[in-house]
Design a protein around this ligand. Structure first.
Ligand SMILES: O=C1O[C@H](COP(=O)(O)O)[C@@H](O)[C@H](O)[C@H]1O
Length: 223
């Protein structure tokens, strides 16, 4: 992995947005469409603000989440809600949202309706991942019920339940994340930096983010 540290969070968010825009532009020179997967949670909002303002042929861009919490878009915990509000707005409103949420009670029931559109947008041109202090990434959590499949299996998308996750989830698997042409992890604050350093010396079963580190650029700034 390559660790890039920034003088502050604002510069980090703008730099990451610039870098993603360049990767997508380069992809569009050679392909009809490009795709990017982004995290939810509390970290990426400012990078979304910067990216949504970027000049790009957004009509040829597929945008998806790396993972979603199985809650409705009216919930403040909905990652799709964050995406619509902060990324799929302004210039980026022309992008195509590849949904990771269906209107069913469980992710198991919803998955068949989602998989085709997700697979049509693969391989990802770029992926940005977040990471929790427990070293989960996307919704691949330590102790999760389908951890083994998510880390080592051939699936594209999996339902996931974990002690550290308050609601059921759906997540892209390590295979899909590692197949992305450009991979980034976005973290801020001392606790996550420490967790990342620990994860580098742990197995992916204990620290799922370890499965995605090879060849990935980690972007970090102090809070
Ligand atoms: O639950 C989730 O957590 C991670 C990390 O979120 P953060 O709030 O600590 O930035 C996030 O990357 C993931 O997409 C989300 O569903």
């Amino acid at each position: 992995m390559e660790l890039v540290t920034y003088p502050d969070v604002e510069i980090m968010m703008i730099s990451l947005a610039d870098r993603l825009a360049s990767e997508l532009r380069r992809g569009l020179e050679q392909n009809d469409r490009v795709s990017v997967a982004v995290p939810g949670g509390t970290t990426p909002g400012p990078a979304f603000d910067a990216l949504s303002d970027t000049q790009l042929d957004w009509g040829r861009v597929d945008v998806m989440l790396t993972d979603e919490r199985w809650v409705g878009e009216d919930s403040p915990r909905s990652n799709t809600r964050l995406l619509r509000k902060r990324l799929l707005t302004g210039r980026a409103a022309a992008a195509n949202l590849v949904q990771l949420r269906a209107d069913t009670e469980t992710p198991e029931e919803g998955l068949p309706a989602l998989i085709e559109a997700v697979e049509a947008a693969l391989p990802l041109t770029s992926v940005v991942l977040g990471m929790g202090e427990d070293m989960h990434t996307a919704s691949i959590f330590p102790g999760a019920d389908r951890l083994e499949e998510a880390l080592h299996g051939k699936a594209t998308l999996l339902p996931m339940r974990a002690p550290g996750a308050p609601e059921p989830r759906i997540t892209l698997t390590a295979r899909v994340l590692n197949d992305a042409m450009n991979r980034h992890i976005l973290i801020r604050g001392a606790a996550k930096r420490e967790a990342l350093e620990k994860a580098r010396h742990m197995s992916a079963d204990e620290a799922p983010v370890a499965a995605i580190l090879r060849g990935t650029v980690v972007h970090w700034a102090e809070d």
